[in-house]
Design a protein around this ligand. Structure first.
Ligand SMILES: [Mg+2]
Length: 218
């Protein structure tokens, strides 16, 4: 008997543009202003700096680390607020969550930092549908949603993997990992995303193309 439905956040219930704007536009813009250089040069430099750390490191996710590292005179909250109009829920998210919330306990399992997760959920108006909101990086110090992440999530919720369904737009960390440990996983495949193309070769994934499909599949 399924009890819990877990959702990835970015690219699953909220579009991924918000993070891109804060990291790829907001920080370079602040840097360009601080050091009086063209925006494009600042953007190139910042991207290289991000890459030099890489998303396998926990500090990569910590915006305050980067603001300090670049010595930027801007607060994280300020920067996050500046781009909140880019927080957009995916089509049908509200209707689908509303329907599912009648039958299941809904949770968010994201690897974005808590500052971003909270901002996105509150601004999109979706926060109220979830009983638990977990940031892998901030709450667990984990950079990827590997098996130990899902184990800990199940422990937190007091359920077995088979009592959980998880939905997300990463074919490995939202599908293959949870599916491999007995969670009913759904890979939300976006036709045009680069990551979908990169991973689409593998068969046997439980694929959905939009959230509405969940209402029939779960
Ligand atoms: Mg995602």
């Amino acid at each position: 008997m399924k009890k819990i439905i877990s959702f990835d956040l970015d690219g699953t219930i909220v579009s991924g543009h918000y993070g891109e704007m804060v990291w790829g536009h907001g920080i370079p813009e602040a840097y360009a202003k601080r050091y009086s250089m063209p925006f494009d040069d600042a953007q190139r430099y910042i991207r290289k700096e991000y890459e030099s750390v890489g998303d396998g490191e926990i500090i990569w996710y910590e915006i305050r680390h980067w603001l300090e590292r670049f010595d930027l005179p801007v607060q994280a909250d300020e920067l996050l607020a500046k781009y909140e109009s880019y927080i957009v829920m995916v089509p049908d998210a509200k209707e689908v969550l509303e329907e599912l919330a009648k039958r299941y306990t809904l949770v968010v399992a994201s690897n974005a930092a808590r500052l971003f997760v909270d901002k996105e959920l509150h601004y999109s108006g979706l926060a109220g549908y979830f009983t638990h909101i977990v940031s892998a990086t901030t709450d667990y110090g984990m950079v990827k949603k590997e098996e130990h992440f899902y184990r800990r999530l199940c422990e937190l919720l007091g359920v077995l993997p088979r009592e959980v369904a998880h939905i997300g737009d990463h074919p490995v960390f939202d599908h293959d990992v949870p599916a491999g440990m007995g969670i009913e996983a759904y890979y939300l495949q976006h036709e045009h995303s680069a990551i979908s193309h990169q991973f689409s070769i593998k068969d046997g994934r439980n694929v959905i193309n939009n959230l509405r499909e969940l209402l029939d599949r779960l």
